[in-house]
Design a protein. Structure first.
Length: 417
């Protein structure tokens, strides 16, 4: 067989090029395996590269007819038939292919820094990690794009980018989109790092604005419904009062005619009876006039207290709407009647207060203190249902004394029932 060094220059060039390609393949495998943190695979590729490089050097000597007289090993290698060199290069080529395939398969089946970076770049959330001096440890495409959109330049320093944000949590871009930035400090393998995330919250803010607009519309609709309800109540009340006045007017005319006839007949007994009926109708007219005042409900409360023999002490007389005053008096009457009935109370105390959005009142008495919690049945149960129906709250406590407390929303905050 023909020794390798006696081959023509074209054959030497072919073998040398083949060896160079193999060497480049092993260099790629060694570097990429190191990037994948596969130490042993990187070392193996480096050793195979050295072997390929030594082969290239030997083949170069052969192409230049530079037999090394003092190196028997090299001379013996170059004196071998070219078939052995071809077989050796085929083995190196197969080894290079195996290493490259292993690198490729590892990328597809394992989590590597490259796969982490690709996943970060695919996120719609911007990510930035940097050291205390601003040196960037990792950044994804979204965050770099945001730097261009917001500040017109690439993100090259994390500290500078943080200063440009100026501590703002929400930043609006020129195109109207809103981004929320969040900063977090942590330690990774003993190294202080900083994280900044950016999230597109444009859609969220649009939904918030839409909900706010709908809420304003509902509030406006609520006010219209409440006004409509009050107008209906006023119309019904006016109609009832008008009917009552018409009835009383007719009754007064009848009585006046009857009195005139009785006077003509000089019937004293009939005159006394008619005068008594006339006084009753006059009293009804007076009560009708009083009912049109703002103190109608409170007058009923004081009248009830006088009938059942209990004295009412009220602080801060409330100024409420008709519906709220009706509920307030209803709660006071229920509490007052229970105080007399179950605790033999003689004094009844009412304290009220108001805030910007709520009105509250508490009812207590000087009667016997209950020995166990009060069960809400009958009137108390109905009262709670009435209060909660308008968005209010009711609570009952029995220590150190029985106290009923109600909280009612202001008229614009009440529910429409």
């Amino acid at each position: 067989m023909t020794p390798f060094f006696t081959l023509p220059y074209t054959a030497h060039g072919f073998f040398s090029t083949w060896t160079v390609l193999i060497s480049i393949g092993f260099v790629f495998c060694a570097v990429y395996a190191a990037y994948q943190l596969r130490v042993w695979s990187s070392v193996l590729s480096a050793v195979l590269f050295l072997l390929a490089y030594m082969t290239f050097s030997t083949l170069k000597m052969a192409s230049e007819h530079m037999l090394v007289l003092d190196s028997n090993i090299v001379n013996n290698l170059l004196s071998l038939p070219h078939v052995f060199h071809a077989a050796f290069l085929i083995l190196l080529s197969l080894a290079c292919v195996v290493q490259c395939r292993a690198v490729y398969r590892y990328d597809k089946t394992h989590i590597t820094p490259k796969s982490v970076k690709q996943a970060a770049d695919d996120l719609t959330t911007g990510l930035l990690y940097y050291h205390d001096n601003g040196q960037i440890r990792m950044i994804n495409h979204k965050m770099n794009d945001l730097s261009f959109v917001l500040f017109g330049h690439a993100l090259l320093n994390g500290k500078t980018f943080e200063d440009e944000l100026g501590g703002e949590k929400i930043i609006t871009a020129k195109d109207g989109k809103k981004y929320r930035f969040t900063k977090r400090d942590f330690f990774f393998k003993g190294i202080s790092l900083h994280e900044i995330t950016a999230e597109d919250v444009t859609e969220l803010y649009l939904k918030i604005d839409a909900l706010r607009a709908e809420n304003e519309q509902l509030c406006e609709h609520n006010r219209h419904m409440r006004d409509y309800g009050e107008k209906i109540d006023e119309m019904i009340t006016r109609e009832e009062k008008l009917n009552a006045k018409v009835y009383i007017h007719d009754e007064m005319n009848r009585l006046l005619l009857s009195i005139d006839n009785a006077i003509r007949r000089n019937d004293n007994k009939e005159k006394a009876a008619l005068l008594n009926e006339l006084q009753k109708n006059i009293l009804i007219l007076c009560m009708e006039a009083d009912s049109e005042t703002d103190n109608e409900y409170l007058a009923d409360l004081y009248e009830l207290s006088a009938r059942i023999g209990i004295t009412v002490h009220m602080k801060n007389q409330p100024k409420l709407s008709n519906e709220q005053m009706r509920i307030f008096v209803l709660a006071a009457e229920e509490s007052m009647v229970n105080a007399v009935k179950h605790a033999n109370a003689k004094q009844f105390y009412i304290e009220s207060s108001a805030t910007e959005n709520f009105f509250s009142a508490s009812f207590s008495n000087d009667g016997t203190v209950p020995t166990q919690p009060v069960h809400e049945v009958g009137g108390l149960h109905d009262l709670r249902h009435r209060i909660e129906a308008v968005g209010g709250q009711m609570s009952v406590s029995y220590q150190p004394q029985f106290t009923l407390k109600i909280i009612l929303p202001k008229e614009e905050d009440a529910y429409v029932i």
